[in-house]
Design a protein around this ligand. Structure first.
Ligand code: ASP
Length: 324
């Protein structure tokens, strides 16, 4: 990466382990996420000094605590920077815990023609060997690549598409997997080696303006809960959700059930889910398996998530209900 490459890169900070601080350098788990500013993270990567960068702190959170308000701010800032002709791409520093959900949301809403690259770390900034600086450097290389587009996650030298990526490990430095699809490519010494096409994109003027407006105007998400099918799942959790009238959370609008195997659901849980459907609640089944997707077949008792993981299916249903 060097200053001859055209275009600016915007780096938006949202917190996470990449911005985490521990009291001891050998403590990789007892740190506090979201402490170091994104400006200081950039300063830890000498190679970035020669890049044309704009740096902005959008939030400073542990991404396990992601809320609608942070997503609204982030989507707003990403859309605004994408509209700037001089901006080649956007990098977002983010916690690993919900990065796949933020990536999914951004790709669903924006399908950007420029790259939006989320990056992160599994070791805090104060670690003996922090992984954040290399990941940030790789993310900027991706954001500057002339053919890059769409929303991707860059970590441990691999580039993952927003729709496929999941966090699959709680500790190792390369915690992401894109399942059967595989990573889109890799970054080696700031050079990209692509295995698959970039995510689909549209011109910025045709992005999903209606969804964008609905999201920005929403005081809360339509309430969509995630329920697991498992041995002994008796459906009482679904009945409790149906009975609970919580003013704070709003009425139950949807349930995503993380089904066993090929989207199968315990017969007792299925009875409760049918009761929910009868009361107007949208029910979608995803697979709780980490790999593959539900293979559709005749007579499925519930609509399936079309390959989305349970957490992404939950967001997809919430977005759909936001438009309804
Ligand atoms: N809990 C952290 C977060 O998601 C984990 C990480 O960033 O790796 O913000």
């Amino acid at each position: 990466m060097n200053e001859n490459q055209a275009g600016r890169v915007v780096i938006l900070g949202t917190g996470g382990t990449i911005a985490g601080r521990a009291t001891q350098a050998n403590d990789n788990v007892g740190y506090v996420a979201g402490q170091v500013t994104v400006g200081d993270l950039v300063a830890m990567v000498p190679a970035l000094a020669t890049c044309a960068l704009d740096v902005e702190q959008v939030a400073q959170i542990n991404s396990k605590d992601m809320v609608l308000g942070v997503w609204q701010s982030l989507v707003r800032r990403v859309a605004a920077h994408l509209d700037r002709p001089e901006v080649a791409g956007i990098v977002i520093t983010h916690g690993t815990d919900t990065i796949e959900e933020t990536a999914f949301l951004l790709q669903s809403l924006l399908m950007p023609a420029k790259p939006v690259v989320l990056t992160c770390a599994m070791r805090p900034a104060t670690a003996l060997v922090p992984d954040g600086p290399q990941n940030l450097s790789d993310a900027v290389a991706v954001a500057l690549h002339p053919h890059a587009c769409g929303v991707v996650v860059v970590c441990a030298g691999r580039i993952h598409g927003a729709m496929d990526v999941s966090k699959v490990h709680p500790y190792r430095m390369d915690p992401f997997d894109s399942g059967d699809a595989g990573a889109l490519g890799c970054v080696e010494e700031a050079q990209l080696r692509m295995f698959r096409p970039w995510p689909p994109s549209v011109s910025q003027t045709t992005h999903d303006a209606v969804r964008m407006q609905r999201l920005q105007g929403a005081a809360a998400w339509p309430r969509v809960e995630l329920v697991f099918s498992h041995a002994g799942a008796d459906g009482e959790v679904v009945r409790a959700l149906l009975e609970q009238a919580s003013a704070r959370a709003g009425p139950l609008r949807g349930i995503v059930v993380a089904g066993t195997g090929n989207g199968t659901v315990h017969e007792d849980l299925l009875v409760a889910l049918k009761e929910a459907q009868a009361r107007g609640v949208h029910v979608v089944v995803a697979s709780r398996c980490g790999q593959g997707r539900i293979v559709p077949h005749a007579g499925q008792p519930l609509p399936d998530s079309a390959g989305l993981s349970p957490v992404k299916a939950r967001l997809a249903l919430a977005l759909q209900l936001l438009e309804a």
